[in-house]
Design a protein around this ligand. Sequence first.
Ligand code: C5P
Length: 237
Amino acid sequence: MAKLCIALDMASKNDNFSLCKELANNNLNNIYVKVGLRSFIRDGINFINELKNLGFKIFLDLKLYDIPNTMLDSINEISKLKIDIITIHSSAGRNALSVIGDYIKSRDDYPLVFAVSALTSFNNEDFHEVYNDSINNAVLKFAKIGYECGIDGMVCSALESRIIKDRYNLLTLTPGIRPISSDFDCNLDLYNNKDDQSRVTSIKMALNYDSDFIVIGRPIYNHSNPSLLVKKILEIL
Ligand code: C5P
């Protein structure tokens, strides 16, 4: 069964918190909320604690990318926050991923660590310009390194989830999800915009590709009735 993460990317702490309060009031808090850089810089650790108090699980999406020692120090500090998921960049390379893999293996109480493969905003052409490789090749290369280093899973588009899981025992966490009407058995007046995402899938496609965690932001918080949409999404996960 896949798990839902809602990206809290709205313009203010108040907007994000109001959405979470509404979800919690409707008993829809047994899910992950994703706090990204914008919110973390602005709202800090207090906000994370407030979200925890509402009952949510916390995905802190900082996408760490630095030299191994600096990344390890950050991971160590983050683990004190008692959150559930954190992200790092695969491109930081084997040395960085392996010190982090060793660190998480040495503890029984650590967040799941997911390594970003190819950002879902990349199309093949843009990706090739930066990495001189195709997305599928590079994603498999990143997954191999992540697996060998003991990382828990990969952040990828749902389109790549299956090819990773066919080869490696890794979890997949997939942003770039755009719910479509055939995902549901009722009419939900869905948000219909890819925005800056390139490699998008519907919810059912992500489930068919065995995604473990689906990340959805704008289609939920821009919906006229986010609680109803979240309830309907949870019914099909
Ligand atoms: O609004 P939307 O559903 O497009 O939000 C997707 C979220 O997932 C954003 O917070 C974005 O930063 C994050 N993300 C992504 N692609 C990745 C990693 C994270 O879109 N590869």
